[in-house]
Ligand binder design. Structure first.
Ligand SMILES: C[S@@+](CC[C@H](N)C(=O)[O-])C[C@H]1O[C@@H](n2cnc3c(N)ncnc32)[C@H](O)[C@@H]1O
Length: 233
């Protein structure tokens, strides 16, 4: 991604969560929602890889539901991981949580994880082989049958659906309290820093990486999420 547009170690990272609550439909409920869906698939003491752990919301939601889980969060942003570390400690769920500065490719490939999440990350990655590479890196770290949660901004710019929901999303920002100036600045960030891909393309990339059984669990404006299952591995 162009790190000058969405700089998680700079101004964007500092205000990330407040902005996420403002612009991502369902942001508050997303984490308990997918946790509830995948929880039966997580064995006792299961290991979950959280890619793009950010400020640690996935980590806290998963540990609150299942204190036995062992979670490994990886993120290239030091600033985001510092917030995650603090949040996990404040929530009293630090035991069994490890954090690593870096990318999925930096995570040891064995032992394999029982599950992985990639929430609000893939849209920052260009579809020039990089989205495919990221999904492959995650697949390589999962055992056969592992569950994978993928949630991102996606869509086909120029499609009728995109033409309907992009302006609706802009109106949503204002309804959720953004000033006109903030909305204009955020729009610029979206234009330059988000790499939209059609939903079918995202699912195809996941399939190519070794994931099957896509189950759409959420769609709101241009955001949506699926669970997948790792085949092979
Ligand atoms: C929008 S935040 C999402 C954080 C959290 N998952 C959430 O939904 O609140 C995106 C995070 O992904 C990280 N990130 C960006 N590119 C990444 C990549 N290629 N691999 C892993 N993480 C990445 C950023 O540093 C940032 O912390």
């Amino acid at each position: 991604m162009d790190e000058t547009v969405f700089d998680f170690d700079g101004d964007y990272g500092e205000g990330y969560e407040a902005l996420a609550r403002q612009v991502i439909p369902g942001y508050r409920t997303l984490f308990p929602m997918f946790t509830a869906i995948i929880e039966p698939d997580l064995p006792p003491g299961g290991r979950v890889l959280v890619v793009g752990a950010g400020t640690g919301i996935e980590l806290v939601a998963l540990k609150r539901a299942r204190p036995d889980l062992r979670l490994h969060g990886v993120d290239p942003s030091e600033q985001m991981l510092q917030i995650a570390e603090r949040r996990v400690a404040e929530a009293g769920v630090a035991s069994g949580v490890s954090l690593q500065t870096g990318y999925a490719s930096d995570v040891p490939a064995s032992p394999r994880f029982d599950a992985a999440t990639l929430i609000n990350v893939l849209h920052f990655v260009p579809d020039d082989g990089a989205k495919a590479a990221l999904l492959n890196e995650i697949a390589q770290r999962l055992r056969r049958g592992a569950v994978f949660v993928l949630f991102d901004l996606h869509g086909d710019p120029g499609s009728e659906e995109h033409d309907r929901y992009m302006p609706a999303w802009r109106r949503y920002w204002r309804i959720r309290g953004m000033t006109a100036e903030e909305a204009a600045a955020f729009d610029e960030r979206i234009r330059h820093g988000i790499h939209f891909a059609p939903a079918e393309r995202v699912v195809a990339l996941a399939r190519d990486a070794g994931f099957t059984d896509p189950q759409r669990f959420f769609k709101g404006l241009l955001y949506g999420g699926w669970t997948f299952r790792r085949v092979g591995g």
